[in-house]
Every structure is written in structure tokens, then in C-alpha cells.
Design a protein around this ligand. Structure first.
Ligand code: HEM
Length: 119
């Protein structure tokens, strides 16, 4: 089977997804303030593209901070985490991503929760 990276449309498709996800975060009252006070959103977006490209089987190298270091001290709640994942699903629906790919993305996001929630 094709890598998840290719099934998501490679770097171009993943960049579109990340842009849509971040737009949705800014419009999401449960988590918008988290991103309004973030230091450099353009940098975070670039890091998110790298992270998802590398993590889905693409050739890119992830040059950002690890998930625990990035989110440490933010005290992100379970509800905020779910709300962020809702935005990822809305963005995938908007871009006609298939059911298999959505499941694969969900399982990656779920596996990261221990490094992000309440750290
Ligand atoms: C679902 C899993 C998540 C993943 C894979 C993820 C991934 C990332 C990545 C790759 C970065 C950039 C790292 C860097 O700059 O080196 C980042 C930054 C950030 N994340 Fe997350 N994140 C997740 C969930 C969340 C949640 C739920 C929130 C809050 C509701 C959040 C808030 C932030 C903020 C505010 C920044 C910017 C930090 C700054 O530079 O000031 N993240 N995240």
C-alpha cells in the first residue's frame, strides 16, 4: 500500500491540511487563545508540515522540538486535545481525505497524547 504521506497528497497536500487546521484552531473558541499568544505561528506551521511529512513516511526531516518539550508547561486539557483533533477531522473532510487515511491520522494523534495532555 502507498505510504500515508502519499495518500495525504505528499508535501503539498499536507501543507494544505496544516494551513486549514491552523485556521480552524484560530476560529475555535475552545483553543483559539492558545494560538493567539503563540510566539511564531508561521514557524509552528512549518514545523507541523515537517512533523506530519516525516511521521507519515515522507522524506523530510523533522527539525522542530519534540512534543513533550513543545507543550510542556501549557497544561493542555483532554477537552482541548479533543477539540484540536476535531479541527484536524474537519480539515480532512474539507479536503476529501479518505476514511482509511483519517483512521491512520487519528491513531498517530492518539499515540501522542501522553506527551501533550497536562504536561
Ligand atoms: C494533536 C497533537 C498535536 C501535535 C502533533 C502538535 C504538534 C506541534 C508542533 C510540531 C509544534 C511546533 C514545534 C516547534 O516549534 O518546534 C506545536 C506547537 C504548538 N502547539 Fe501543538 N501539537 C498538538 C496538540 C496541541 C494542542 C491540543 C494544543 C493546544 C490546544 C497545542 C498548542 C500548541 C501551541 C500553542 C504551539 C506553539 C508554541 C509556540 O511556539 O509558542 N498543540 N505543536
Amino acid at each position: 500500500m502507498e505510504s500515508l504521506y502519499n495518500r495525504l497528497g505528499a508535501e503539498e497536500g499536507i501543507t494544505t491540511l496544516v494551513n486549514d487546521v491552523v485556521d480552524l484552531h484560530f476560529a475555535n473558541p475552545k483553543i483559539a487563545t492558545r494560538f493567539e499568544i503563540a510566539e511564531d505561528v508561521e514557524h509552528s506551521k512549518r514545523m507541523l508540515v515537517e512533523f506530519f511529512c516525516a511521521g507519515s513516511g515522507g522524506p523530510q526531516e523533522y527539525t522542530g522540538r519534540d512534543m513533550l518539550t513543545t507543550h510542556k508547561g501549557m497544561n493542555i486539557s483532554e477537552e482541548e486535545y479533543m477539540s484540536a483533533i476535531d479541527d484536524v477531522f474537519s480539515a480532512m473532510d474539507k479536503n476529501n481525505i479518505g476514511e482509511e487515511e483519517k483512521k491512520d491520522v487519528l491513531s498517530i494523534l492518539y499515540s501522542l497524547k501522553g506527551d501533550i495532555i497536562r504536561v
